[in-house]
Design a binder for this molecule. Structure first.
Ligand code: ATP
Ligand code: MG
Length: 294
């Protein structure tokens, strides 16, 4: 994986904190990162193996956790990416939560509540398939959703988005300060590729179940979504919880880039197996002798 995706790739995909970005100008959804289907698959296998080794240490250490957040337009490949990148991991050390439109019980709480309950335990990698970021994306694109939220009216003013960015940044800072490493991926699909994938979902019977007419209708709000994403990425990519914009038109590149960013981040955490004390070593030797004498 290193040979192909090296150098400045992390930096190039990461949104610099505070930078006003243009998704159109700065990020190409069709970028293949120099990969073709075959070498990407091989590299992904190697990457997943490395990831599994790092996960083993994370689990053994049992002090830190990793939260990986996926956000994207429909059909950008969140599910497939999660499936492929996490395929070699120990299921005991991994958890995935998908966040849909909030239930009545969830609406009776603050918007971070349902996500707080789903945070990864120490030693684990937790994946959020959508997240509290929906609160500054779909909710911003559809004012009627905000109108239905059970917030006091005076808290629904225009400044709500800036305030939510701040709340999210503070929340993520708090989690980081308590041992959680946070990574956020925006899978950046083009409108044309989304159309192709929707048509494939209609044409191929085994993909029919994935198609929803509502998703197709959401395309009408594409530009509003892109604007909401740009503003969100700009204000919530932080040193402690960076956003990565991942090209999503070519699936092998999406999967490899995500695997690469997660692996490199875990590597930088300096994970190691718990260090065994002298007393514990002596105990191991004593038990070994006992077993051998049996
Ligand atoms: P996905 O579209 O992620 O593959 P899905 O199609 O299985 O998942 P859906 O039933 O479409 O699941 O649920 C996801 C929908 O819920 C998305 O349209 C998303 O915008 C919406 N959603 C998620 N969180 C919120 C929220 N906090 N407020 C309103 N809508 C939300
Ligand atoms: Mg959906």
């Amino acid at each position: 994986m290193k040979q192909l995706l090296k150098g400045d790739i992390l930096k190039r995909l990461m949104v610099p904190p505070g930078k006003k970005i243009s998704l159109k100008r700065d990020y190409d959804p069709g970028e293949k990162l120099g990969l073709d289907r075959e070498n990407a698959t091989r590299q992904l296998e190697a990457g997943v193996k490395q990831l599994a080794e790092l996960q083993d240490k994370l689990y053994a250490q049992d002090t830190r956790s990793v939260l990986v957040i996926f956000q994207a337009m429909d059909a950008a490949g969140k599910d497939g990416t999660i499936k492929h990148v996490m395929s070699g991991l120990n299921p005991q050390g991994c958890q995935v939560f998908s966040f849909k439109a909030p239930s009545s019980e969830e609406l009776d709480h603050d918007y971070l509540w349902r996500c707080s309950k789903a945070l990864p335990e120490r030693g684990r990698i937790g994946i959020f398939n959508r997240s509290y970021y929906e609160e500054v994306l779909v909710v911003r694109v559809h004012p009627e959703i905000l109108a239905r939220q059970r917030l006091p009216e005076h808290l629904k003013g225009k400044d709500i988005w800036k305030r939510r960015y701040q709340e999210i940044n503070n929340f993520e800072r708090y989690l980081t300060d308590n041992g959680t490493t946070i990574l956020k991926f925006f899978l950046n699909i083009s409108k044309a590729e989304q159309k192709r994938r929707f048509l494939a979902r209609i044409a191929e019977p085994e993909k029919n179940w994935k198609f929803s007419a509502a998703d197709a209708l959401e395309r009408a709000h594409w530009d509003a979504y892109m604007k909401a994403y740009e503003d969100c990425l700009r204000h919530t990519s932080t040193k402690w919880a960076p956003w990565y914009v991942i090209p999503a038109d070519f699936k092998p590149a999406t999967r490899l880039a995500v695997a690469f960013v997660i692996t490199e981040t875990l590597r930088e955490m300096g994970l190691h197996y718990p260090i065994v004390s002298d007393a514990a070593y002596a105990e191991l030797a004593r038990v070994k002798a006992l077993l051998e004498r049996e």
